[in-house]
Design a protein around this ligand. Sequence first.
Ligand code: ADP
Ligand code: MG
Length: 874
Amino acid sequence: MDRYYNKSSEEVLSLLQTTREGLKSEELGALKEKYGSNELVEGARKSIFRVFMEQFKDFLVMILIVAAIVSGVLGKLESAIVIIVVIMLNAILGTVQHVKAQKSLDALKALASPMAKVKRDGNATEIPSKDLMVGDLMLLDAGDFISADGRIIENYNLQVNESSLTGEAESVLKSAETISATDISLGDRKNMVFSGSFVTYGRAEVIVTNIGMSTEIGKIANLLENAQEKKTPLQVSLDQFGKKLAVIILIICGIILTLNIVKGASPADAFMFAISLAVAAIPEALSSIVTIVLALGTQKMAKENAIVRKLHAVESLGGISVICSDKTGTLTQNKMTVQKLFVNGEVIETSAVNKENELEHTLTLMSLLCNDAITRETKEIGDPTEVALVDLGELYGLDELVVREKYPRLAELAFDSDRKLMTTAHKLKGEQVAITKGAFDVILGRCDHIQTAAGIRPITEEDKAQIKQINRVFSEQSLRVLAFAYRPYDSTKALTLEDENHLTFLGLIAMMDPPRVESAQAVADCIKAGIKPVMITGDHKITASAIAKQIGILNSMDEAIEGKELDALSDEELRNKVDQISVYARVSPEHKIRIVKAWQDNGNVVAMTGDGVNDAPALKQADIGVAMGITGTEVAKDAASMILTDDNFSTIVKAISNGRNIYANIKNAIKFLLSGNTAGILAVLYCSLLALPNPFVPLHLLFINLVTDSLPAIAIGVEPYRKDIMKEKPRKMDEPLLSRSFALEVLFEGILISCVTLVAFYMGKQVNHLTASTMAFSTLCLARLFHGLNCRGKASLFQLGVFSNKASWLATLLGVVLWAMIMTIKPLMSIFEIASLSKEQFISIGMLSLVPLVVIQLIKLILGAQKVRSTSKN
Ligand code: ADP
Ligand code: MG
């Protein structure tokens, strides 16, 4: 085995036949032949056969199987066979659904798949992690996931969290030094990085040594067990409902069976009643409808720039009552342009720069050196804050690459949003200096000297007061202010955080980051929807407040506080005033967790955005963690339940509206299925209790539940999204789906449908039992189909737009056609025990089955009119 950690960087490079310029594209094909691709072979996924078999594990399906056996024993062989066929169809459908849902989840996952930065052909580019190759020069930054093993050849304070491999939670400090000891444990191989870990700090260049299954993590076989997608709360509560239902069905069936036998009915009849009841009650289509609607919903959301990583997020989205959002890039455009400089006691507009002025020149030069951004014609790489500085350089005729070549970087301390500082050391005009840039207040507090045109002198209180005053003026104009300072540096000693003290103040650079055009509208929409938007930023309080006012987050009643003030509050104090605070400025990622918890303790459902590696805990704590797709680190994306591909606040609001609508549609579909089943149960119960003959053969009910009812249910699931859903308050998460009022509505609608069914039954009974049963079946089937139109929404069809959901009309029509086939095609008629009906009988059926549609629409119209009157009164 190659012990790369024992070899020098040069040896590793020559061993793997690569260079510091990275692999050449023409080599990739051959290498891929040799090493394969950087993928872990997935743990055994459930085979399709197993998924299929699992469809029969369902208790309700077992009841059906028993029903088939019993009808077979009772001599109704055809009936038994058809029930079995239907059960098989149901299982096939379930399997197809499962595979489809898995596919669409995989597609979503692929959208959110991790990326890696590499140098190829001498240029830095981003590639999907699975395309990493042995010999690639991988570039690592804070927040990156490491997805291959490699040997570090250039190290800039790289720190890596390797907990997934070693269990050690503390970050490990890495180095590029060759290690002489052999046989050391993973944790001690400081010059190596391993797939499955992530960068918490610093930067490094790494030569990939192992990919795919030959990485250390690839060798740990059982780690790859595919994590199962957890069921969503809705699916869990439906499962529980299904179990309860099964028990109730069994009990009622038992009672009916004994009652009827005691009454002297033949055991065969008594059994058929019990079976019919069971078949009527089991909502076969329920769980697959929920899966379909969720899957369709997430596809729509992905098109609208919100990628859902966890299905349960779709449901929680509808309940969100607070959105805690980053400012920079999410509420603002993240397109920064420098507006003003402050140096030597003077404010300089960028429209009036003086290239000859020495201090202006020095400030700009330092801003290019203490900077990682690169801009080339159309391409901008790096933090927008730093890109703005590179653009500033152009005004002074300075090119970032040229000056960085001329004054190479000797050492560096990377920016992090806790310290809010960044430092680099250079040899500049014969002297070694460490340049620090960062948040104005942090830097000023560390300065004891100031640079003026007349030279360096100790900083006075007046100087500080003036600088603070300038910062205030800048910030009130919504400008983001960076301060610059420096100090002498000794390259024989390592650069440490200590070197960010005793600085000489040089100047300020203020840049503009205008709000996104959509932000103000999105904030207004939130407030209307009963959702509180909160701004969280590392930026200065005055800048943050100015922007928050512009877009409507900060109102006169609300407060803006700083991280420091937040530290001074106890958890309880924070909880008591959290709903008055709209802006948190100068916060660190750790503050975010406290803010989320305070809101949650007050019973809110919280969405929190994040991008950095330190944001991961807060993203996990939030009910919906939202990661930035463009600027977000891989670590943040992994912790989030939703990713915004456009980093835009208004996308969150859109996602919430989608979440609310998806939930409403699922609820309507469930109501449709349950009320139809209730109708069937009631009709069977009625006849059983009155010792009338059974109005249906089990097959009738099965046909309705499984075939004709599924179509409108799916159509209800794709009901166009209502815009005015965002005028309602967020849904209470503890409110059960099957609430009392919901149950009452289901019951009422069920009674209505079962009444018309029984009327048809009595009409047919005057001819003979076969006609009675045929008419009852037909009326139940059609009334339920038409009832699908009722269940499209709370409002009447006229308010919803009669033809706004074409699918629902199509579903109804298709259902009617299927029913008509059973009624007229001879072989089907005999299997389904259908009598041929007269024209008058068909007309009666048609009229009766329209009654529930008409009645319920009338009720909705009346209630709707009342509501309009009462709201206009208020
Ligand atoms: P946000 O993204 O909310 O604006 P950041 O954590 O990015 O907050 O930045 C916080 C502060 O740190 C900024 O106000 C700025 O003063 C400073 N800062 C931001 N980016 C850099 C950088 N690249 N180098 C040095 N300082 C920076
Ligand atoms: Mg930032």
